[in-house]
Design a protein around this ligand. Structure first.
Ligand SMILES: [Zn+2]
Ligand SMILES: [Zn+2]
Length: 317
């Protein structure tokens, strides 16, 4: 093991997840993208659906345009009205977003916040899916993935993730949609990175804070949030508090993996990704959601969204 002198470097280790989260790491950004995937393209549409302050919306849309996730165009040659269109980079993230929907489906108290459901066109069933390896078709679980670094560990300057900045936690509260647990988690860089770390192995507070270059109070606050959500458990281990992920968190893992994958593709400036994730079958993890009903792969070309039909159409099995 290389001994790294952390005094000479600033910031946490670089990963594709972190690079991707620099673009996505904000609850509003995630919610705007969700509406865009569902077909909204207009400023007014986003504003109405999300009940978001105008200035906040402008800033987030500008950010998404700057990151080449969206661009402004005229609705039609004869119309001067502008709309926000999604780029290929944004569409490439769409499959990852199903995990958020699946997450809410699996947590019945959250379901009411989603007024729509996603249907798999191939079999006509509301999607229920597992994240599977495209090589061996086994489910991709945190315990079946190992991470390898491809190059000497690099460190990110600590520009966005300030050691004291705690804003991300409260931003989700502003929208009166604290129930959008998944969006508020994905929108929070520190929460994601803590989960990602704990999926690899249990750890204690100081190691988490040091490893991710978070202030102790920020790390403690996020761990408390994750604990209250039932994703992480805390145990007294001698004089230390040790944290580990609970089974409920496993549903969150595909989301982190697919965001990291997307980061590999779009956020490394043509460089090799800083880390490789290897599945237990020996191949690099290329996961996709696979329909529990018909066994087909799920992707944006074969799903559609419809208003929620609240008859419990039997879970099948
Ligand atoms: Zn595999
Ligand atoms: Zn299906």
């Amino acid at each position: 093991m290389n001994q790294i002198n952390r005094d000479t470097v600033a910031g946490p280790p670089t990963t594709s997840l972190r690079r991707a989260l620099r673009i996505l790491g904000d609850p509003w950004t995630m919610l705007i993208l969700k509406e865009a995937y569902n077909g909204d393209r207009r400023f007014g549409g986003f504003q109405k659906k999300l009940n978001i302050p105008k200035q906040t919306l402008s800033l987030r849309l500008a950010h998404l345009c700057h990151e080449q996730m969206m661009y402004r165009r005229q609705v039609s040659p004869t119309h001067t009205t502008l709309e926000y269109a999604l780029t290929a980079k944004a569409f490439d993230l769409q499959d990852a977003m199903y995990s958020i929907w699946l997450w809410h489906e699996a947590n019945p108290s959250d379901v009411s916040v989603l007024p729509f459901e996603i249907v798999h066109r191939s079999c006509g069933q509301r999607i229920s899916a597992r994240y599977r390896c495209t090589h061996c078709r086994n489910e991709v679980l945190s315990e079946s993935v190992t991470v390898e670094h491809t190059q000497p560990l690099q460190f990110d300057p600590r520009d966005r993730l300030s050691r004291r900045n705690d804003k991300a936690v409260t931003a989700a509260g502003d929208l009166g949609a604290e129930k959008m647990v998944a969006a508020s988690l994905v929108g929070d860089i520190a929460c994601n990175e803590i989960l990602y770390t704990l999926f690899r192995s249990p750890s204690h507070l100081k190691a988490i804070a040091d490893g991710l270059d978070l202030g102790m109070s920020v790390a403690r606050g996020r761990l408390e949030k994750l604990r209250l959500l039932g994703l992480v458990e805390e145990r007294q281990d001698g004089r230390k508090l040790t944290y580990s992920v609970l089974p409920k968190a496993e549903r969150f893992y595909p989301l982190l993996l697919s965001i990291a994958d997307w980061g590999d593709r779009w956020c490394n400036d043509g460089q090799p990704p800083p880390e490789l994730r290897v599945h237990s079958c020996g191949e690099l993890v290329h996961g996709r959601f696979c329909c529990d009903h018909c066994g087909g792969w799920i992707g944006r070309e074969n799903v559609y969204v419809r208003p929620r039909q609240d008859n419990s159409d039997g879970e099948g099995s």
